[in-house]
Design a protein around this ligand. Sequence first.
Ligand code: KG4
Ligand code: ZN
Length: 387
Amino acid sequence: MPDGYILGIESSCDETAAAVVRSGEQLISNVVASQFATHQPYGGVVPELASREHLRAIVPVVRQAMASANCSFDAVDAIAVTQGPGLAGSLLVGISYAKALAFALEKPLIAVNHLEGHIHAVLLEERQKGNHELQFPVLALVVSGGHTHLYRAEQKGLSWTYSNIGHTRDDAAGEAFDKVAKLLGLGYPGGPVIDRLSTHGNPEAVKFTSAQIKHRDRREQTDGHGIEDANSDQPRFDFSYSGIKTAVLRFVEAHNMQPAIEERRRNLAKIPKPKLEDYLANCDRETLDLVASFQRAMITDLVGRTLAAAQAYEVATLLVTGGVAANNELRQTFERRAAIEGVPVFFPSRPLSTDNAAMIAAAAYPKFLAKQFAPMDFSAEAGMALR
Ligand code: KG4
Ligand code: ZN
């Protein structure tokens, strides 16, 4: 197969990223400019601010990716950019810049689905390690701040085809981590903080019942493992995480934790980049136990439902990717439980779990080989589905 140096550009949410990847298997450079500091005071991503920050960052980030790859624009074979899903205004910054570059350099342009990008983050790193053998069918869990999606993937020629067999009915898993962290005065983004604090609490202390987590659906089978889709005979494995957030809120109210939360919020706001010691110094036992129990409940549900889907669809390989895939307890639980089930499970490294452009450049390579180029008038698709 011919070599292909692809410059990837990603701007779908709150990270402006650019990367150079060779032939979907060698990471040459990877630059990510995070907007955490901008959105931190609001406890979540503010779309208008995100677009403005992308505009500020896009040129220096692409230049830095090219410089650290020691690569000239002439040597690039194609330019790949995220088309969706994501925030429309943010996507448009990356797309407009990629189009301008492709036009000026007379290079082909490739439009990539962000979710397929997350899946290719795993493939890129496995190929880089020399693992080119992947058994199909594959089940991919894409679990991030915006998505909790399960796809069954098959290979068709050079490209993959996907069928969605589960998604969240309300909040995404990462969104639940972020909302619970905000509720407890732990700042944004919530996932990494909750991940680190959880090892200091008792995950059995607060019992979240499955009724608090599970989405009630009248088509649901009594064992809770899969819902028959009314339009097909394929079982579905949907998630729901807004109930557990409400359960955490009820616990906070019932245990009169609000004054301590307000104090923690004020104290942490005074520290520019709080460290684990700062969080620990501002959390009592009850809070640490609540955080650990919340994480345990989330992970038990995510892993249980995904493995039930893996079994129902008799998949040969499991991929777990997206921001929440960086979570330590999630990885350990998947590894332990998937080994029992006899399904190999793969994750991206932590830097490639969260949003980046290497995954976009890697996902573009099969499209480059198939000459699936995007027309110059293509636009952002905020709600783009993966097929
Ligand atoms: O993939 P990503 O960077 O952006 C989206 O496409 O959404 O994921 C960001 C999400 C945030 O909700 C963040 O709290 C969560 O991933 N996250 C984590 C961890 N690191 C990031 N959640 C749990 N544990 C972590 N270690
Ligand atoms: Zn993402």
